[in-house]
Design a binder for this molecule. Structure first.
Ligand SMILES: C[S@@+](CC[C@H](N)C(=O)[O-])C[C@H]1O[C@@H](n2cnc3c(N)ncnc32)[C@H](O)[C@@H]1O
Length: 261
């Protein structure tokens, strides 16, 4: 599939918006910090680990890992407003000595190498040049270090409601089959050792989004919140189609863990 124009900028702008926080809270992937913590355990993180969080959003996972495992984390994201919010959250949590955030593009990322682990949650599927992003993460991780990818998995064609720019940004339109993610990681220099299916948390997240959408629509109707440009009918149709796709097994969520060769 061809990338819609400026998908990167659009994705960054959408995830920096109040709209997305209203629907998702601060953690923008299925399973939230619970699944991030599980990912941290699969990666074997501890207080000596240096971790890179690619497409960190508002830094919720980076901060949770630092709090739970005592590790040092660098989070990067394309959206300057999300990075600023993440820095503020780190200061508020008293973690700004151990967790840093920088603006950066995952596809052209140039950070010092030698990270013990890199994570990328629910974002790799939105990168138009996935091979470049996988190669950038491989450059960042030391040999023997680990990669932890959490992403939407697509098994077959999706309904029309889940095509186009909005669906791309929602991590659905360019989601790959499991083998697609495995190939990108292997070609970049990682050996994939563990794959876990987490479709239940995806179903939970889509259910939560539908509930919050209903609440947001009600609040907008009662004029308790101003949501300029909100297209509730389209959002509802997308959420319904996503739930059907999860139930049918066309959409799922997986964790892939690999080691840098
Ligand atoms: C679904 S959110 C996931 C955020 C975070 N990983 C989490 O789970 O809470 C996708 C994030 O990818 C970021 N993003 C999109 N394209 C990017 C790129 N090329 N480089 C860095 N960040 C990017 C967006 O700004 C957004 O914060």
């Amino acid at each position: 599939m061809e990338a819609p124009q400026d998908v990167r900028g659009c994705c960054a702008a959408v995830y920096a918006s109040d709209w997305v926080r209203l629907l998702l809270g601060d953690s923008f992937h299925p399973g939230g910090t619970r699944l991030t913590e599980h990912l941290g355990r699969l990666l074997g993180l501890d207080a000596r680990s240096r971790v890179l969080d690619v497409a960190t959003g508002r830094g919720t996972s980076a901060l949770h890992l630092a709090r739970t495992f005592g590790c040092e984390v660098l989070g990067i994201d394309l959206a300057a407003t999300s990075v600023e919010a993440a820095r503020e959250a780190a200061r508020t949590a008293g973690l700004d000595g151990r967790v840093r955030f920088e603006v950066g593009d995952a596809e052209t990322l140039e950070v010092d190498g030698g990270f013990d682990a890199a994570i990328c949650e629910c974002a790799f599927c939105t990168f138009p040049d996935k091979a470049a992003a996988a190669a950038a993460m491989a450059r960042a991780v030391r040999p023997g270090g680990r990669i932890g990818l959490g992403d939407l998995v697509r098994n077959g064609p999706l309904p029309v409601e889940l095509e186009g720019l909005l669906a791309w940004v929602a991590c659905v339109a360019d989601a790959l089959p499991l083998e697609g993610y495995r190939c990108h990681l292997e070609e970049a220099g990682f050996s994939v050792e563990t794959v876990e299916d987490h479709r239940a948390v995806l179903a939970e997240m889509v259910g939560d989004i539908r509930t919050r959408l209903t609440a947001a629509e009600l609040m907008a109707r009662l004029r308790r919140v101003a949501l300029p440009g909100a297209d509730f009918a389209r959002a509802r149709a997308m959420a319904r189609a996503a739930m059907d796709a999860v139930r049918e097994g066309t959409l799922s969520y997986a964790l892939l863990i690999g080691s840098r060769r």
